[in-house]
Design a binder for this molecule. Structure first.
Ligand code: FAD
Length: 401
């Protein structure tokens, strides 16, 4: 098989069944490719809080005719409040405020993944509990060995496995660089409490711990705990060990920590990840290309990871459809996406250090900023928290295929 393709005879393996992988599957199928999607987990991974879909990512969703469904899954969040230990409000930013992290489209990551899956479930062969253990390229294709030791040949392998991608590491080895921001994030679902409402609540606790509690549309509450730490590989611990770690970190920091400790113990969707950017000199090697967080994770601090994953998937599929040579297609994809990803990866000055004070005084100062910022220091805070609504970062022209 060469790349003088009749798309229907062209077998593409997509690895990773989340936002990048499912979007990619939709567009590859749309152009006539034969797609197999593998996912390491035993089902879709539906954990996490809200994710940002805007800019080019939103344009792609419109092209996929998903606008209505995504809007209907709105989490009901009205805006964000920065709250002190007694839950009094230090600063408040409603959804329509340029500083608010609450967007017009607020959707849970899990709802989003389910909506995408619904759209593509009959457009590819899906295999769960499956991952790649080895790959071998030759002029006829890529021979893939799966975790069940079965071997199979594909024309192309596209990796959409998120930040911790093991197949990317197999193929690209030490060329993959990570820029650790000094923060770990953890996400889980918990029971709704009397203090939860339609506002997201951000609380800076001592010990460089940040709680972000957000409403959802499932009668539960989505919790996120960020904490500063040297890089320790916590993302590789077992779930039980991660629970113990988090409980130890937060049990004495006050605010609603007691309730959150209980929720961590009960949780069944805990997800712990280091907040790191991924930087790859090239997004492809022979017949293998990388897309989404696996290739250019920007971190939630930059607020554009999902947008980039969607746009990247759309462009990768579009270039493969447009070019009769896969190397050219991969190169064009890289030329289009890399500059955008690199610009988004430039975090504003002060992030993350200023936003995660470790001392009591630092927390007081930060809360002071929040209350002033509600009226005066808007620009400063826009920069501090990633400027998710800033103009420069959304200046990206999505190609038409
Ligand atoms: C459980 C979970 C919760 C998250 N919560 C948030 C959140 O609350 N806020 C936020 O901003 N971002 C969150 N993220 C990250 C966010 O989804 C991404 O930043 C972004 O949407 C880009 O998506 P992606 O498809 O590139 O990667 P991801 O969404 O990370 O998806 C990667 C997928 O690949 C699968 N996978 C991993 N390794 C392999 C392998 N070797 N073989 C096959 N499949 C593999 C994973 O199980 C996962 O389904 C979360 C990710 C996950 C997995």
């Amino acid at each position: 098989m060469g790349f003088d393709k009749n798309n229907q005879d062209y077998n593409v393996l997509v690895s990773g069944g989340s936002i990048a992988g499912l979007t990619l599957t939709y567009w590859l199928h749309h152009y006539g490719f034969n797609v197999t999607l593998i996912e390491r987990n035993d089902g879709l991974r539906l954990g996490g809080q809200n994710i940002d879909v805007k800019g080019p990512g939103w344009e792609v969703m419109q092209k996929m005719d998903l606008e209505k469904k995504l809007k209907a899954a709105h989490t009901t969040e009205k805006g964000i409040r920065f709250v002190k230990k007694d839950n009094t409000i230090a600063g408040e930013f409603p959804a329509n405020n340029a500083l608010s992290m609450t967007q017009e489209i607020e959707i849970l990551r899990g709802d989003f993944v389910e909506i995408l899956f619904e759209k593509v479930k009959d457009k590819a062969a899906f295999r769960f509990n499956t991952h790649i253990t080895a790959l071998q390229n030759d002029h006829t294709g890529t021979e893939v060995t799966f975790n069940n030791n079965q071997k199979e040949k594909f024309d192309l392998v596209l990796i959409a496995e998120g930040i911790g991608s093991s197949t990317r590491n197999l193929v690209f080895g030490s060329t993959v660089k990570f820029k650790y921001t000094g923060i770990y994030s953890s996400y889980f679902t918990m029971k709704k409490a009397a203090t939860d409402n339609h506002w997201a609540r951000w609380h800076n606790a001592v010990g460089a711990v940040v709680f972000l509690i957000r409403p959802d549309n499932h009668s539960t509450t989505r919790a996120c705990i960020f904490f500063r730490s040297p890089e320790r590989g916590y993302e590789k611990l077992s779930v039980g060990e991660q629970k113990d770690l988090l409980i130890t970190k937060i049990k004495n920091v006050g605010w609603e920590a007691d309730r959150i400790v209980d929720a961590i113990r009960e949780s069944d969707d805990l997800y712990v990840e280091r907040v790191s950017q991924v930087k790859m000199p090239t997004f492809y090697n022979e017949r293998v290309a990388v897309v989404g967080d696996a290739a250019y994770c920007v971190t939630p601090l930059a607020g554009k990871g999902t947008d980039l994953a969607i746009a990247g998937a759309y462009i990768l599929a579009g270039e493969l459809a447009k070019n009769s040579n896969y190397t050219e297609a991969f190169q064009n994809y890289q030329d289009l996406v890399k500059p955008y990803a690199t610009s988004v990866q430039k975090l504003p000055p002060g992030v993350p250090r200023l936003a995660y004070p470790s001392s009591k005084m630092g927390v007081v100062v930060l809360n002071g900023f929040f209350s002033l910022a509600s009226s005066k220091f808007a620009k400063f805070l826009t920069n501090l928290f990633g400027g998710s609504k800033s103009k420069t970062k959304s200046d990206f022209q999505l190609p038409t295929y």
